[in-house]
Design a protein around this ligand. Structure first.
Ligand code: ATP
Ligand code: LTN
Length: 336
């Protein structure tokens, strides 16, 4: 692809918090889609450590998790030659623009954010100002790169709406400065559920280890977790709302094999849950195995990982700097 084509491609930005071990839900619902997008868009993917400190983090853990998440993104298929991968705090413009955007965000709009309300409840001992202005920093992440599209799950739609409001307010006050981004809801966004309570989503913050398949789990651990997962009464493998356990295993099997629900129902007709669970266990273990193997290699090669992140932050900085300068000029700051 020549320089001109590259310039014409639409810009995508997304972020993920280094706040725990990555699980198969994150892979199915977010990262797998990012991998698909990197061939057709100009993509920026960032590990949002500034966002992560809105809840208390152990410094050594945060550093380790940030490295591991970056390595995991590459292991899952993001190719540093095709997209830009960087750590948010390495590009100072994120904090700089966030401050400015804070001055364009009414407190009333921030108090309506459901994530703030939820997190204030779950972290009642530390309701800090950063937790409140979290969505403004997210707006800065997006607007710095003039992103056209932002791949996010449903839970982030409200933050994206706020980003659009901030961008429009700024553009109307001055003149066209920011691209107003659209959410990108992927065509297939499998939602993976908790293996022990299949009506709850699989989540990093779940305490019961048996409920979650981590990408770093061994084949054996994956097989055991699936074989011991909670299923429903009955014995037919069919996709139905009143069989959340089986439906979840079907989603996992579909993710691992690429088969449709119809094909899966057909494959296991008259075979019962035991046989189905064994097949899912093997398929998912085989699916995760090469990702874990790549991860183990990358995480040991610090020099490679640091080079990818340095190149990524330099590229991101070049774009972010241009936007920030434009903003400084519009609001009347003396140019530096
Ligand atoms: P937390 O427990 O802190 O809420 P999480 O595991 O739910 O963490 P997030 O960091 O909130 O994950 O989300 C990262 C990305 O993974 C988001 O795009 C989100 O939509 C997606 N995601 C998270 N959990 C699932 C799931 N169970 N199924 C599908 N996608 C998921
Ligand atoms: N808030 C998001 C993570 C996030 C993000 C972003 C997503 C931070 N900055 C920019 C998209 C674009 C979350 O909790 N999933």
């Amino acid at each position: 692809m020549d320089e001109k084509d590259l310039q014409k491609r639409k810009v995508i930005l997304s972020g993920i918090q280094p706040s725990g071990k990555l699980h198969i839900g994150n892979l199915a619902g977010a990262i797998r889609n990012w991998v698909e997008l990197q061939d057709s868009y100009d993509c920026y993917f960032t590990v949002v450590d500034l966002h992560a400190i809105t809840v208390r983090q152990e410094p050594a853990d945060l550093r380790k998790t940030t490295y591991e998440l970056a390595a995991m993104l590459i292991a899952c298929g993001l190719d540093p030659d095709k997209c830009t991968i960087f750590i948010q705090s390495h590009v100072a413009e994120h904090s700089q623009l966030a401050w400015i955007l804070n001055c364009f965000t009414p407190i009333g709009e921030l108090s309506r954010m459901t994530q703030f309300k939820d997190k204030s409840q779950s972290h009642a001992d530390n309701i800090n100002a950063g937790l409140f202005t979290y969505p403004v920093l997210q707006a800065a992440d997006i607007l710095l790169y003039q992103a056209d599209l932002v791949p996010v799950g449903n839970d982030q739609k409200q933050h994206l709406e706020l980003t659009r409001n901030i961008a429009e307010r700024f553009n109307n006050t001055y003149s066209q400065t920011f691209v107003v981004p659209e959410p990108y809801i992927p065509p297939v966004g499998a939602r993976i559920m908790n293996l022990q309570e299949p009506t709850k989503k699989m989540s990093k913050s779940e305490e019961n280890e048996k409920a979650t398949i981590y990408i770093v789990d061994s084949d054996e651990q994956i097989r055991n977790k699936i074989k011991r997962s909670v299923t429903d009464s009955g014995n037919e493998v069919v996709f139905s709302d009143d069989k959340p356990g089986i439906a979840n295993l079907m989603s996992l099997y579909s993710l691992a094999t690429g088969r449709t629900f119809k094909e899966i129902e057909h494959e296991f007709q008259g075979k019962g849950y035991g046989e189905f669970k064994s097949a899912v266990a093997d398929a998912v273990a085989d699916y995760i195995n090469p990702i874990r193997t790549r991860f183990d290699k990358i995480i040991k090669d610090k020099a490679y990982l640091e080079k990818v992140l340095k190149d990524g932050s330099e590229k991101a900085h070049r774009i972010a700097y241009k936007t920030l300068r434009k903003v400084y000029k519009k609001i009347g700051f003396v140019q530096f």
